[in-house]
Design a protein around this ligand. Sequence first.
Ligand code: BDR
Ligand code: CA
Length: 304
Amino acid sequence: MIIDCDPGHDDAIALVVAGCFADLVGVTTVAGNAPVTHTTRNARIMLDLIGSSAPLHRGAERPLVAPPRHAPEVHGESGLDGAVLPEPSRPEDSRDAVGYIIDTCRTEEGLWLVPIGPLTNIALALRAAPDLAGRIAGISLMGGGTHGNRTPAAEFNVWADPEAAAIVFGYGGRLIMSGLDVTHQLQATPERIARVREVPGQLAAIVADLFDFFLSTYVPRHENLTGGVLHDACAVMALTHPHLFVTRDHHVVVETSGDFTTGMTLIDTRRHRHKSPPNCTVQWEVDSEAAFGAIVGAVGAFSH
Ligand code: BDR
Ligand code: CA
């Protein structure tokens, strides 16, 4: 898989999970939780921490149409506040994430793209190289849901670049969606963070500190959450641990303009016989205990 990310606390853990359980072919970065300079630096650090030599390419610094908007209230100004992080040792391989995605998917057919930030890079790649739709295995993304987090209707990744999201949801190939309905079931609660802290080694200590920070930004803002939400891990685990999820296929479109609904994913859950055919496999439930167990296992695998 190629992961396109904006680390981001939950992106960081998604990289750890992918490094452990998947063939992580490459990583691209995008502006989202923080400016792309920050998200790229954070991705470099995380790849160092898991000892990955996967290429890392910096991508879009702003959405296709919308102004750049970030989420310091969730992830801090750096995008990855809360832990003392080592200086990154590796450089970025280029500033052409889109070119990297296109070239790599043309060279190696059957890759999964796993976007876990705003969908700018992926949309630009699909628009410049429509043949990619027939060359990749599919796209497993974190975004959307039947409710929002940035607005009542819109989830952050889709809201941040709705035009890009509309291109991706309409691309025509296999699509898996980890939306808020499922991701809110996977929380790093105090009890779970304590399990990470018990794991010996540098990565576990850093991840536990990151989770503590993430919990401190999530819990006070929500009546119904007891931990930080590990959204992005679901999009990776959709491929590495598919048996942990309950999914159903639906037709899903993205609202790009609305008085109150810009960035909303409209999931057709009707039981009508005459409706648009499904274009998306939507995750609805996760076995969160098993999923968090796998996360602890991944952290342990890289922690010494
Ligand atoms: C998404 O937005 C970001 O804050 C997270 O990293 C995740 O990708 C959740 O809405
Ligand atoms: Ca993200």
